[in-house]
Design a protein around this ligand. Sequence first.
Ligand code: MN
Length: 232
Amino acid sequence: MASFVIPTPPVVSLPIMETNSLFPVRRVYCIGRNYGAHAIEMGHNPTKEPPFFFQKNPNNLNCSGIFIYPPNSNEVHYEAELAIMLKSGGTNISVDHALDNIYGYAPSLDMTRRDLQSAQKKLGRPWEIGKAFEHSAPVGLIHPVEKVGHPTTGELSMKVNGAEVQKGNLSQMIWKVPEIISYLSIYFELAAGDVILSGTPAGVGPITIGDLMEVKIGNLKSLTVKVITEEI
Ligand code: MN
């Protein structure tokens, strides 16, 4: 059997509530502008657009409870989002069967170097340097479907240092979770281990070193993340 010529990269894995078991990650998809009020605040018309997606890297996921302020940006924004973890997948998944593929849900943050993203947008270039940087996707505990069902309503609240800065409801998603999965599966083969960030409501804004971020979504345990200046 062939051996590897370099050390094998670690499997990225996420913790699950009330268990020592871990969820292994394969891919990370993110939907853009999935709440009307956020689309408007970013200067877009939410009624005219089909869904669109970008990706982060699996090892951008971060369940450490700390967010290291990234280099090369002076405008790093929080985006509080519901994350969806898949236990199975496929292509051309129907909306009716989409939920059958979900293992669980978690609160998450789509951290964004907004200044870099805005520059890329102006140039018509990809968003990776604004979106897919190190530690850019803090994630909380995964809540299995068997414990929490499929949350379709529920308040999504984002606080910075105790002050509420985002307040939306899962029911305000333009593209609902089954539709997101179905649409993604037209263009990609989805599979067990895939993670989907489902978009953020209005109120995105900057954080600074020392801030404490808190994401609370419906009945899920909240995600608390401290912004620090460098890796410990
Ligand atoms: Mn986002």
